[in-house]
Design a protein around this ligand. Structure first.
Ligand code: NDP
Length: 297
């Protein structure tokens, strides 16, 4: 006779927007008993049809499971929703997958701990259709115990990475990763605007070359990261004169194409100041140092 299998633990999901719905859907598919709550209850209908329970209040939702995952618009919304049901969190775990800042993560952890709840802050590095696929990974930070306790459940959503006990780490990484993505997209839009200023070019044709170029450039990032972490002479270094000349050309190409050259004009100005101050090399370490807001005093 086969050994009886332990049922997957109960989970509550607060928020059924595009992401919250995908999370609840994945947990349901993985065999969890899922309770959901959403401001607009009708969004739960397909989940309820598949076996989820729709709670009529946030308190009832939290009381249905040892683990509550919150995924709403922002932290202000989350706090407003949780405040009247705060007492129900005692002895339970709250995982926030709502996008927020490191300070908001620290504030929510202190608030949850004062209520006798355990808290994990998380960042979802995926879009809704990637949830529960090998492409999805999620970053967590905060106490290790609740992470270990709920790891199997959290792994349903995507590969879970616990970054450390400092609760601010997940949102710090999350927002840094989103910043890199945002700047990459801004670079893409700028490049397409420049390239498609020529009547014989299409975004599709140009993007074939762009993706090949970025794929090869991405291989340089670990080399630069190692340079930044090391005090040895850098592996990656270029002359600042060369980088300024290239930035000047990129600004000029943008101007000719009728595209805003502001970013490259600023780069030329900044790098020229560095040359005037006696710098000669463009290195990853120096670029990171110059990215920081100078401290005074
Ligand atoms: P949606 O805009 O699709 O959904 C927003 C959710 O917040 C809904 O459940 C909505 O309820 C709820 N909400 C908004 N305002 C209020 C309010 N005043 N009171 C109560 N509930 C409210 O967003 P997503 O689901 O896509 O995103 C949710 C979180 O996940 C965000 O923090 C987002 O940054 C993060 N995230 C999203 C990703 C994505 O690709 N979508 C990727 C990674 C993270 P209602 O249904 O009633 O409107």
């Amino acid at each position: 006779m086969p050994a009886p299998t332990t049922p997957a633990p109960a989970v509550t999901v607060l928020g059924l927007g595009l992401m919250g719905y995908a999370l609840a859907d994945a947990l349901l598919t993985a065999g969890h008993r899922v309770t959901v709550w959403n401001r607009t209850p009708a969004k739960a209908d397909p989940l309820v049809a598949r076996g989820a329970t729709l709670a009529t209040s946030v308190r009832d939702a939290i009381e249905s499971s040892p683990l509550t995952i919150s995924c709403v618009l922002d932290y202000d919304t989350q706090r407003t929703l949780l405040a009247p049901a705060a007492g129900a969190l005692h002895g339970r775990t709250l995982v926030s997958l709502t996008n927020g800042s490191p300070a908001q993560a620290r504030g929510t952890e202190a608030w949850a701990q004062a209520l006798g709840a355990t808290y994990l802050d998380g960042g979802i590095m995926a879009v809704p259709h990637q949830i529960a696929t090998p492409e999805a990974f999620l970053l967590y930070s905060g106490a290790e115990d609740p992470f270990d306790q709920h790891r199997t459940t959290l792994a349903v959503l995507g590969t879970p990475h616990h970054l450390g006990t400092d609760v601010s780490l997940a949102s710090l990484y999350d927002l840094a990763l989103l910043s890199a993505m945002d700047m990459m997209f801004a670079g893409f839009f700028h490049a397409v605007a420049v390239a498609t200023s020529h009547k014989e070019t299409t975004a599709t044709a140009f993007t074939e070359h762009l993706t090949a170029w970025l794929r090869s450039m991405i291989g340089m990032l670990p080399v630069m990261a190692a340079d930044i972490d090391s005090s040895a002479p850098p592996v990656y270094a270029q002359s600042l004169d060369l980088v300024v000349a290239a930035a000047r050309n990129m600004a000029e190409a943008a101007r000719e194409a009728g595209v805003r050259p502001d970013h490259f004009d600023r780069t030329v100005t900044d790098l020229t100041h560095r040359i005037t101050a006696g710098e000669t090399e463009y290195t990853a370490s120096a670029a990171v140092t110059h990215a920081r807001i100078p401290t005074t005093g």
